[in-house]
Write a protein that binds this ligand. Structure first.
Ligand code: PMP
Length: 360
C-alpha cells in the first residue's frame, strides 16, 4: 500500500491512525455486530457516538456552556442562507467583510434575505490581505458581522479576532476550524464544513450562543432552524451518522496529539517550512501580505506559468497530489491541514528546489 501526500483543499487528507481505526471498526463497532453506517440514529450506540463527538469538540475548543453545538447538513454554502434566516432577529441588515471568493459567495447569498453592508473589502489589493479593523465601516444596527476566517482559495487568514461590541461576530471557519485554540466567547456563531480538518464531507458544524437562536424567519426550513435542531440534539432529521462518527475519531486524535495548542504548534511549523522557502526564491511566489498568510492553504505560482503542467506531473510522480490551484485563480495551492504530516511539506519543498534547479 502506498499513501500519497494529498494536498487537496477538501475533502482532504485524514490522519492515518483514524482511517485504520475506522477500518478495524467497520464491520462490527464495539461488539454491536454492525457498522456505524448501519445503525439507527435513535439507537443507544449511535446516541453514544454522537454525544462523545460533541463532548470532545466542546473540550478541545473550550466551548462555553451557553453555546449550542449542532451537527447539520447543507455545507457552508448552505449556511450562507441559513445564517441570515436565523440570525437577523428582526433586524434588516448585516455587515459582511469581503476578503475573497468565499466571502463573496456569502455576500451574494445573504443579499437574498437582507440588506448587506460590505463594511470592508480587500478587493483593491486583489484579496491579498485582511482589511485592518480600523478601516471597517460597521453599522451599529447590524444583526451580525460576518467574516470568513480563512479564505481557502486566496490563502488569506485572520490571525486576530475582530471586536464587534454587542453585534455578534459570525465566522465561516470551514478551512481553519480546530487548527488552533480560539476564544469561542468572542463569537456569536461559528460554522464550518467537516471535509477539511474534521473528517469526511457531509456535516456542517454550527456553534451558536443560545440567546441568539429562536427567532428564525418564518420561511426557514425546520431542518435549518437552529432552535429546532438544538431542541432535538441535531436529530430533527436523520443526521449524517458516519461523518459524525469519523469526526469523533478525529477529535480524539487531536486530543491525543495534545489538543489545539499542540496542533497549532505543528501547523505553524509546517507552514513555516513552505513560506520560508517561498521567501528564498523568485521562481515561485505567494502574493499574500505576510501577516495575513494562511497556515492552512498556501497558494503559490510559478513565475513561468508554462511550467505549471510539468510541475504538477513531477509532483504526482513523487506521490504528491492535488497541488493544482483553484480553477478561479490558477497556479498551485498546497492545503496543509491538521492531518498533513510535516514530511509531506518537507517533501514538497525538496521537490520545489529540485524543479527550480532543473528548470530555473
Ligand atoms: N467556505 C469556505 C471557507 C470553504 O473553504 C468552502 C469549501 N471549500 C465553503 C465555504 C463551501 O463549503 P461546502 O461546499 O461544503 O458548502
Amino acid at each position: 500500500m502506498t499513501r500519497v501526500f494529498n494536498f487537496s483543499a477538501g475533502p482532504a487528507t485524514l490522519p492515518e491512525t483514524v482511517l485504520r481505526q475506522a477500518a478495524d471498526e467497520m464491520l462490527d463497532w464495539h461488539g454491536s455486530g454492525m457498522s456505524v453506517m448501519e445503525m439507527s440514529h435513535r439507537g443507544k450506540e449511535f446516541i453514544a457516538i454522537h454525544a462523545e463527538a460533541e463532548k470532545l469538540l466542546r473540550e478541545l475548543m473550550g466551548v462555553p456552556a451557553n453555546y449550542k453545538v449542532l451537527f447539520l447538513q447543507g455545507g457552508a454554502i448552505g449556511e450562507n442562507a441559513i445564517v441570515p434566516m436565523n440570525m437577523l432577529r428582526g433586524r434588516s441588515g448585516a455587515d459582511y467583510i469581503d476578503t475573497g471568493e468565499w466571502s463573496k459567495k456569502s455576500i451574494k447569498e445573504a443579499k437574498k434575505y437582507c440588506k448587506v453592508n460590505v463594511a470592508a473589502s480587500s478587493e483593491a489589493d486583489n484579496y491579498t490581505s485582511v482589511p485592518k479593523q480600523e478601516t471597517w465601516k460597521l453599522d451599529k444596527d447590524a444583526a451580525y458581522v460576518h467574516i470568513c476566517s480563512n479564505e481557502t482559495i486566496g490563502g488569506v487568514e485572520y490571525h486576530w479576532t475582530p471586536v464587534t461590541g454587542d453585534v455578534p461576530l459570525v465566522a465561516d471557519m470551514s478551512s481553519n476550524f480546530i487548527s488552533r485554540p480560539i476564544d469561542v466567547s468572542r463569537y456569536g456563531l461559528i460554522y464550518a464544513g467537516t471535509q477539511k480538518n474534521v473528517g469526511p464531507a457531509g456535516v456542517t458544524i454550527v456553534i451558536v450562543r443560545d440567546d441568539l437562536i429562536g427567532q428564525a424567519l418564518p420561511i426557514t426550513p425546520s431542518a435549518f432552524d437552529y432552535k429546532i435542531q438544538a431542541d432535538n440534539d441535531s436529530m430533527f432529521n436523520t443526521p449524517p451518522t458516519y461523518t459524525i462518527y469519523m469526526a469523533g475519531l478525529v477529535f480524539n486524535w487531536i486530543k491525543a496529539q495534545g489538543g489545539l495548542t499542540a496542533i497549532e504548534a505543528s501547523n505553524r511549523k509546517k507552514a513555516a517550512v513552505l513560506y520560508d522557502h517561498l521567501e528564498t526564491t523568485s521562481f515561485f511566489y505567494n502574493p499574500v501580505a505576510r501577516e495575513d498568510r494562511s497556515l492552512m492553504n498556501v497558494p503559490f505560482k510559478l513565475r513561468d506559468e508554462s511550467l505549471d503542467e510539468a510541475f504538477l506531473k513531477g509532483a504526482q510522480a513523487r506521490g504528491m497530489v492535488q497541488l493544482k490551484g483553484h480553477r478561479s485563480v490558477g497556479g498551485m495551492r498546497a492545503s496543509i491541514y491538521n492531518a498533513m504530516p510535516i514530511e509531506g511539506v518537507v517533501a514538497l519543498v525538496a521537490y520545489m528546489k529540485e524543479f527550480e534547479a532543473s528548470h530555473g
